[in-house]
Design a protein around this ligand. Structure first.
Ligand code: ZN
Ligand code: ZN
Length: 406
């Protein structure tokens, strides 16, 4: 029986309804968040809104208060569930490293059987153009791809997520390209709901005071539930209201939470900032891109053994010379990829082409295919010839010692 993608998923996500809904690994916290909304609203409806039903006979405004409370709460909960159950913009893992990015590192060559073998490495970062401005992107060892600009690897979900904002423990999901809008609407709507419930509770207290000529203390004794609700809303407002203000600032300047925290004080140029209005339009009004993961698709049989990972290809010196962690995954200007290094790779590429029997497919892959390489289970085409990764390894072996590449 063929398995589906979600059944062999390598990230830490959880799936329900046969892969139709995807959660983060900490999805249980969603129950806490839902109860933090539902419990006070139920108390509010029972002890405050219900008592106001007949307070405004004209236009049945008392009923409107109750209906608006319930409808708005449902709206907030739907936004929460959309944020939590949808693919936040996970970049599908590649099945093997991007072979077109290999380069020989002759400085790190090692002795193998008395011969000098140049070490094979990926550049840790590479430069791509964004709006005509060079932006550095980082290689992800786990997902075996160069992350698109603004993409980051969530350590909790163990996925690369496009336009990664943060991993929200309250929502139990990453916030990224595909669910940021709903997250923002959820937070801002929660703020409005807080203000609404607080205001109606305050109005109820005022009505109590006027009706029986009570002092404020006696009115509070009369309806302790309203007091508790007001206190709860007041405290919550600091949290959700502050968060709303912060995200309004982030949207206006086209930053993610991750970028704001990481690059704060760096005074670096924000290449994504297109002006306040355009930034808002981009986040709130552009069409949400379709998911790049079909969690319910059937996994195809893998016809070849998985390619070795980059670290394993680096001969035996990985323990003594580990690849340093790249501090910044987005830097503007400067170049870490020296042209001479690329030149080395091009020589290898030429050699692969010359061997030529395996068709034009692999070496023709461009940067686009690195960024948007297909789901692992799909790129393995059954019956396909050897990949250029395998040829490349072979070329490497042949060239060790004989063809000295500088
Ligand atoms: Zn990754
Ligand atoms: Zn996450």
């Amino acid at each position: 029986m063929a398995k589906r993608v979600y059944q062999v998923w390598k990230g830490n996500n959880r799936f329900i309804f046969g892969g139709r809904l995807v959660f983060g690994p900490d999805a249980r916290s969603l129950l806490i968040t839902v109860s933090l909304i539902l419990v006070p609203i139920v108390i509010f409806c029972v002890f405050v809104a219900r008592n106001l039903l007949h307070s405004f006979p004209a236009y049945n405004a008392g009923y409107a208060i109750l209906v608006v409370s319930i409808a708005f709460t449902i709206y907030v909960l739907v936004l929460l569930l959309i944020t939590s159950t949808h693919d936040p913009g996970i970049v599908p893992r590649a099945s093997h490293p991007p072979e077109e990015e290999f380069r020989f590192d002759s400085s790190a060559s090692v002795e193998v059987g008395g011969r000098q073998t140049p070490s094979l490495q990926f550049p840790l970062t590479k430069e791509v153009l964004f709006n005509g401005i060079p932006v550095k992107v980082k290689y992800c060892d786990t997902c075996m791809l160069y992350r698109p600009p603004r993409c980051s690897h969530c350590s909790i979900c163990n996925n690369c997520v496009e336009r990664f904002d943060h991993h929200c423990p309250w929502v139990g999901q990453c916030i990224g390209q595909r669910n940021y809008r709903y997250f923002f609407l959820f937070v801002s709507s929660s703020t409005v709901l807080c203000i609404y419930v607080f205001s109606v509770s305050a109005l109820y207290m005022k009505i109590l005071m006027d009706k029986d000529h009570l002092s404020i203390w006696n009115a509070m004794k009369e309806s302790p539930a309203a007091v508790i609700i007001m206190a709860y809303c007041f405290i919550s407002l600091w949290f959700v209201g502050g968060l709303t203000g912060f995200h309004l600032y982030l949207i206006g300047t086209n930053q993610t939470t991750y970028e704001n925290f990481r690059y704060r004080g760096d005074n670096r140029l924000n290449v994504y900032n297109r002006g306040c209005l355009n930034n808002f339009l981009e986040v709130l009004c552009t069409r949400v891109q379709p998911s790049r993961n079909d969690f319910r698709a059937y996994v195809q049989e893998v016809s070849r053994s998985p390619a070795p990972r980059a670290r394993e290809m680096e001969a035996d010196d990985t323990t003594t010379d580990p690849r340093p962690k790249v501090e910044d995954d987005l830097e503007i200007g400067g170049d870490i990829l020296k042209i001479s290094q690329r030149h080395n790779f091009e020589e290898v590429e030429m050699e692969i082409r010359d061997r030529g029997s395996n068709g034009p497919y692999d070496v023709a892959l461009g940067a686009e295919s690195v960024f948007y390489s297909d789901q692992q289970v799909h790129v393995d085409r059954p019956g396909e010839h050897r990949s250029s990764w395998e040829i490349l390894s072979e070329v490497l072996n042949m060239s060790s010692g004989a063809a000295k590449i500088t």
